[in-house]
Design a protein around this ligand. Sequence first.
Ligand code: T46
Length: 134
Amino acid sequence: MTSPLVQLVDIPQHGDARGGLSVAELGGALPFSVRRVYWIHGTKPDVSRGFHAHKELSQLCFCVAGSVRLSLFDGRREESVILDSHAKGLLIGPGLWREMHDFSPDCVLMVLASAEYDEADYIRDREEFIRHAR
Ligand code: T46
């Protein structure tokens, strides 16, 4: 049985009459210690992003506003998922080519990462990634 490329994680919700509150906590929704947080916002119409893989990095992505479609490719199979809820996170482990498409104008994609930024961890050439994935 092959494991799914798209690994969605339920984010515990603690909202009440005042509004929403979502939590990603180590040992709960979060399977790694966070070393870096970044968020992608104000993406221009018809722009796609990503087009790379990571050798070691794990990330948990949340669409905290709006929506975006993420496509994941392991060198053989490709799967797509729409992130449009603060109650779901997408776990992206190493060795997956990722592309982000169809950003809504209000999309804010927040990413928790297992390591500091390191350009040497990126594979930005798709053919090189496919060779690496074999
Ligand atoms: C990923 C997807 C989901 C930094 O200096 N520090 C950082 O922590 C990051 C993430 C980026 N940068 C610089 C590197 C580039 O000069 O910001 C610029 C834009 O980065 P990039 O073109 O890699 O952005 P995306 O949106 O294509 O990809 C990003 C992450 O880089 C990547 O790890 O998995 O979001």
